[in-house]
Design a protein around this ligand. Sequence first.
Ligand SMILES: [Zn+2]
Length: 447
Amino acid sequence: MIIGGARVAKFKRPAIEADLAEEAKLQSRYTALLASAKIEIEGQIVNLSGIAPFAQSLDRDVRYRAARAQWGFYQANAAEFDEIFDALVKLRDGMAKKLGFENFVELGYRRMRRIDYNAADVARYRAQVLEHVTPLVSKIMEARRVANGWDKIFAWDEPLTDPQGNPKPAGGEDFLVAQAQKMFDDMDTGLADFYRLMNEGGFLDLTNRPTKAPGGFCTSFSNTGMPYIFANFNGTHHDITVFTHEMGHAFQNYASRNQPSFDYLWPTYESAEIHSMSLEALAYPHIGKLVGEDSAERYRRMHLIESLTFLPYGVLVDHFQHEIYANPGATPAERHEMWRRLELLYLPHTDYGDLAFPAKGGYWQSQHHIYSSPFYYIDYTLALCCALQFWVKSRQNYAGAVADYVALCGRGGSAAFQALVASAGLISPFAEGALAAVVKDAEAVLA
Ligand SMILES: [Zn+2]
């Protein structure tokens, strides 16, 4: 994800100034609550980032215990999570009403600076995901069940994408940081030079530490003219995904530094996620440098499967938020019911077994965007449709696809989403059939 400082400023009005301060306080309370997690697993105490290696262990029992321990933390703090979110919803709804909107949905879109599509376009896109991707993901999960010889596939089995064990980075942080230079050297000279600046300048904070806030993001310091990457390496393939993702954001920001307006340094989020997610895909041919050549093909397959399985989850998070802000008077219990109903629609294959908290509709409490960046989520799914198009192109003409990517990064936020997409020779995800076409290509490669 990216965190851009100037974004909310346009919607500051004296009438809601105190509300914005209160909103920031509640968001910090949520982050602090997540960062406070001390979860016991296999005789160790880990935080929410540190649980990931256990959650995707090859040992099914370890995965189950990791899931139980993780949800135990959310269960133990359920009342506080609900209280923070309830306050956020009421605050946001109140701000919308003070500014003359019916509810927070339209204000949420304005805060995301969306100007060339609306909630109806997004609803149509969600329907496309439901039609073309949900059945495919259910099929992928069923194939995984068969490959592993399981009776049923449970929620704690879903993180084990590769039946042999998800390929891991071939070394620790120092290894990855050094190998990434070799990878970027082979991809593009501009990317390679930029990465050297980031690394030598100390603009990477990648290590997971106790009480460090979870997640990964990229932001920028206008006084240095350099971006900055925050991550929580935990030894899983996620380190590579997060690192290539945030490097995409960082490179775009740097490549746009000569744009004529400060506001062009970052594009809107759905465009920004094209830069990050496409770099994850453009790294495929060189990924052996990070995971080891023996595991490269398995990594590519795993990443592609995880991209496809992400799409229905991503639109679920978006659909849920539309319902939340259209019904600001709902109780916490009703919100959990809303999530569960939508989850059954988009992810019908997910079975929580005896994990009572997510089984009753609590999963969303772990999705920090819902608290911290309302309506920032469909962006990933729109961008993924574009990133998959870059991936398809890169298989036909790698150098051409990278050149188009680098040029797109340099255009920063100088145009709205669909114009930027068109400028890179990509088809808008809102265009009829765009999503179905890339999903079909991905499915063919996985077959
Ligand atoms: Zn991102």
